[in-house]
Design a protein around this ligand. Structure first.
Ligand code: ADP
Ligand code: ZN
Length: 646
C-alpha cells in the first residue's frame, strides 16, 4: 500500500467528541482491580501454548519477550517471517494494561485484529475506516481495560485526542512495528514515524519495543535515536530463511519464462510478482490472465478502491498471483505465499531481501525467483544517472545497484552473499541455484580484454551511438550493413571473438557491466565506455572468473534439498486428508468472511493430515492449535479427518 492513500487522518469532528459512553456518562478509567478480570497468563510460555498453540519459542523470541515483560525497552531485528509479532503480543497478554501497536498500514489492521480475535485475544484498532461510534466503542473498551491489544497508525496516535485518551488508560507497552519507517534512508520512509519520539518523553516508564526486518546500520541508528532506545538491548536474529529457494535466471523471454515457472512449479498457488513500472505490472497481469492464471495488478496508479479490492482478494482467496510494484507488500503477513518472482532487477539487496522474505512465512518450502539480463543493468545505471538529486544519494544508489549485481553474478552460494550484506556469515546453504548446480566458472580474462578493446576503439568515434549488438557483431566478425557503413571490419578487433556465440558475448558484456568494467557513457552518446577498473584488466593485472552462459533447457528442472523435499511431499493418504481439510477451511473462511490462514495455516493442516488426530486431546498437541481454535473448530476438524480415513 502506498503511503499516499494509507495515511490515517481522523476527522475533525471526532476530535471534539468526548469520551462518553452510550448513556451519556463520561467514561472514567477504572482503577486497577475494578476492571473485568482479563485472562492474564502467568508466563510467556503459557500464553504461547494456550493462545497460539505453539510448543516452543523460536530463536530469541523468549529472551525478547521476557525482557519486555520485565519492563525493558528493545530493538528487535528479525527477517520477514521470523516471528516478530509474538514478541509484543505475548508481553501484552502477560503485562497488565493494553499493548498499543503502532502500525503504518490501516488497510491491514482489520486482518490483524481478526486473526487475534480468532485466537481469543481481545484486540481492536482505531482508524479512519471506522464510524465515530465504532471508534468510541473502542476507546471505551480501552479505558475500561477490556482490551489486550490496540492497533493505531502513527498519525492517529499523535493527535491530541488520541494522546489524551491513551494517557487515561493503562498501557502495557508500545510496539512500533515496521520501525524502519522512521529512517529517511530506508525504502518506506513515513515522516509521521519521526513524531513517535514523544513516546519516550510522555511515557518514560512504559516499555517501547521497535521491530523491523531492515537491519542496515543506518536504519538501525535512526531508530535508536528517534525512539530513544540508546540504552535498550538490540536483539538481532539470524536473517537466514532456510526454506526459501533462491534462484536467479538469465532473462530471455521473461514473460514466457515466468509462465513456465509458474505452470511447472506453482500451478494454483499464491505468489507475488514484482516489476518496476506500472505498465509492466499491468501488461504482465494481463498476459498471465490470458494464460489461465488468476493474476491481479497492484500499483500506486490504480484507484484506491481497486487496490484495496485486489489486496483483499489476495489475502482471502486461494491461489491468487499479485503482480505489483514495490508499493505492495509491507505488512502483508499472509503465511502461504509460495513464490516471489522478480521480473526486473530490484534496486537494492535490502529491498530484494524484504520482498523475497514475503514468501514462505509458514516455514514450508517457497521460491524466490529472479530473471535478470543485460538490459536491466543498462537501464538502471541510466535511471540513476538521469535522476537529479544530490550526488551523495546517486552514489548510494549506485553502490546498492552494484551489490545487487554482484549477487546476480556470484559463482558462490547466493545465501552467503545475501547474508554477508547484513553482516552475517553461514556455510554454503544447499538450497540456492549456485549450491545445487554450481556454475562452472571459467577464466574470462581474455574474452573481457577483447570486449574492452573493442569498446575503446568504438568509443573513439564519438558522435555515434553503438550499442551492444553492434559490438558483438564486430567481435564475431559479422559483415553487417552497419559494419560495412562504418568500415568497422578494418578494426583490429574485428573477428577476434568468432569462437563464442552471440549469447556467450551477451553474457560477458552483462558481467563486465555488472563488475563495473564498463559503463554507459551518458555525457557522450549513450554508448559503452571504459571505466577506471578496466585498466587493470586490459593490462593483464586482474583475472576474471565468469559465470557460464545459461544453457536453454526444455523444462525448468528443480532439485530440492532433502529436507525441503520431505516437507513438500505428503504421502497419498495424508494428501487426501490435507485437501479435504483445505476444502473445509475454505468453506469456514467464506462463511466467516475471514482469510483462510486465519482459521489454520497450511503448516497446521499438513500436520493434522499427517498425524491424523482422532480426539480433541490429540488435536490439541498439534502446533498451531490453541485453546480457542480447539474449542471453535476442534470437533469439525476431527470429524473431517475421520471422513477421509474411512
Ligand atoms: P514477522 O512479523 O517477523 O514477519 P510473524 O510474526 O508474522 O513474522 O510470524 C511468521 C509466522 O511464524 C507466523 O505465521 C507465526 O504464526 C509463526 N510463528 C511465530 N513464532 C512461532 C513459534 N514460536 N512457533 C511456531 N510458529 C511461530
Ligand atoms: Zn546456497
Amino acid at each position: 500500500m502506498s503511503p499516499d492513500t494509507d495515511i490515517d487522518m481522523p476527522m475533525h469532528d471526532e476530535d471534539r467528541m468526548p469520551f462518553w459512553d452510550a448513556d451519556g456518562e463520561p467514561v472514567q478509567a477504572l482503577a486497577p482491580g475494578d476492571a473485568p478480570a482479563p485472562i492474564r497468563y502467568d508466563s510467556a510460555l503459557d500464553a504461547l501454548r494456550e493462545v497460539f498453540g505453539y510448543e516452543a519459542f523460536r530463536g530469541e523470541q523468549q529472551a525478547i519477550i521476557e525482557h519486555i515483560i520485565s519492563g525493558g525497552d528493545a530493538l528487535v531485528l528479525m527477517p520477514t517471517g521470523g516471528g516478530k509479532s509474538l514478541c509484543y503480543q505475548i508481553p501484552s497478554l502477560v503485562r497488565p494494561g493494553v499493548g498499543v501497536v503502532i502500525s503504518p498500514l490501516i488497510a491491514l489492521m482489520q486482518d490483524q485484529v481478526d486473526a487475534l480475535q480468532e485466537l481469543g485475544v481481545r484486540a481492536a484498532f482505531l482508524n479512519s475506516t471506522q464510524t465515530p461510534g465504532q471508534a468510541r466503542e473502542v476507546e471505551r473498551a480501552f479505558l475500561r481495560g477490556e482490551l489486550d491489544l490496540l492497533y493505531v497508525a502513527p498519525e492517529r496516535l499523535l493527535t491530541p485526542r488520541c494522546l489524551d485518551f491513551l494517557s487515561q488508560g493503562r498501557i502495557a507497552l508500545f510496539a512500533i512495528d515496521e520501525a524502519h519507517c522512521v529512517s529517511q534512508w530506508g525504502h518506506d520512509f513515513r515522516p509521521e514515524y519521526q513524531g513517535l519520539s514523544l513516546l519516550a518523553e510522555r511515557w518514560p516508564g512504559i516499555p517501547r519495543v521497535a521491530l523491523t526486518a531492515t537491519a542496515t546500520a543506518a536504519t538501525r541508528s535512526d531508530i535508536v535515536s528517534c525512539l530513544a532506545l540508546q540504552d535498550a538491548p538490540q536483539f538481532v536474529a539470524s536473517f537466514d530463511r532456510p526454506n526459501l529457494y533462491y534462484r536467479i535466471v538469465e532473462k530471455q523471454e521473461v514473460r514466457r519464462q515466468l509462465l513456465d515457472f509458474i505452470r511447472a512449479e506453482h500451478a494454483g498457488e499464491c505468489g507475488i510478482i514484482y516489476a518496476l513500472s506500472r505498465t509492466r505490472v499491468e501488461q504482465t497481469a494481463e498476459f498471465l490472465t490470458r494464460n489461465g492464471i488468476t493474476a491481479l495488478p497492484y500499483h500506486a496508479g490504480l484507484d484506491a478502491r481497486i487496490r484495496a479490492d485486489h489486496q483483499a482478494r489476495f489475502l482471502r482467496e486461494d491461489g491468487i498471483v499479485m503482480v505489483a510494484t514495490i508499493a505492495f507488500g509491507m505488512g502483508v503477513n499472509k503465511p502461504d505465499v509460495r513464490f516471489v518472482a522478480h521480473i526486473d532487477l530490484p534496486k537494492s539487496v535490502e529491498g530484494y531481501y524484504q520482498e523475497t522474505g514475503r514468501a514462505g512465512r509458514d516455514g514450508l518450502p517457497a521460491d524466490a525467483w529472479l530473471a535478470y539480463g543485460l538490459q536491466d543493468v543498462v537501464q538502471q545505471r541510466r535511471m540513476i544517472d538521469d535522476s537529479d538529486g544530490d550526488p551523495l544519494h546517486q552514489r548510494r544508489q549506485m553502490r546498492q545497484l552494484d551489490a545487487m549485481l554482484a549477487l546476480c553474478e556470484t559463482v558462490t552460494c547466493r545465501r552467503q552473499d545475501l547474508l554477508a550484506y547484513f553482516g552475517q556469515t553461514i556455510e554454503p546453504c544447499g538450497n540456492c541455484d549456485t549450491c545445487l548446480e554450481p556454475p562452472a566458472a571459467w577464466d574470462g580474462t581474455v574474452a573481457v580484454q577483447k570486449l574492452l578493446s573493442a569498446v575503446y576503439r568504438l568509443w573513439r568515434e564519438r558522435g555515434q551511438r553503438f550499442g551492444g549488438g553492434h559490438l558483438i557483431d564486430i567481435l564475431r566478425g559479422q559483415m553487417t550493413d552497419r559494419v560495412k557503413q562504418h568500415g568497422h571490419d578494418t578494426l583490429s578487433v574485428f573477428g577476434v571473438g568468432e569462437n563464442l556465440s552471440v549469447d556467450a558475448w551477451r553474457g560477458i558484456l552483462r558481467q563486465a557491466l555488472a563488475l563495473g568494467l564498463l559503463t554507459v557513457d551518458l555525457e557522450g552518446y549513450g554508448t559503452l565506455a571504459l571505466t577506471e577498473a578496466s585498466r587493470a584488466v586490459l593490462k593483464g593485472e586482474r583475472t576474471l572468473m565468469l559465470r557460464p552462459v545459461a544453457v536453454k533447457r526444455a523444462k525448468t528442472s528443480r532439485q530440492r534439498t532433502t529436507t525441503a523435499a520431505q516437507l513438500d511431499a505428503l504421502p497419498p493418504d495424508a494428501l487426501a486428508r490435507f485437501e479435504h481439510l483445505r476444502a473445509w477451511r475454505a468453506r469456514v473462511a467464506k462463511e466467516h468472511s475471514l482469510p483462510a490462514y486465519v482459521i489454520f495455516h497450511d503448516a497446521t493442516l499438513r500436520e493434522i493430515a499427517l498425524q491424523c488426530p482422532d480426539s480433541l486431546d490429540a488435536l490439541a498437541g498439534i502446533s498451531g492449535v490453541g485453546a480457542r481454535k480447539l474449542e471453535t473448530y476442534g470437533a469439525d476438524v476431527v470429524a473431517c479427518v475421520a471422513q477421509v480415513q474411512s
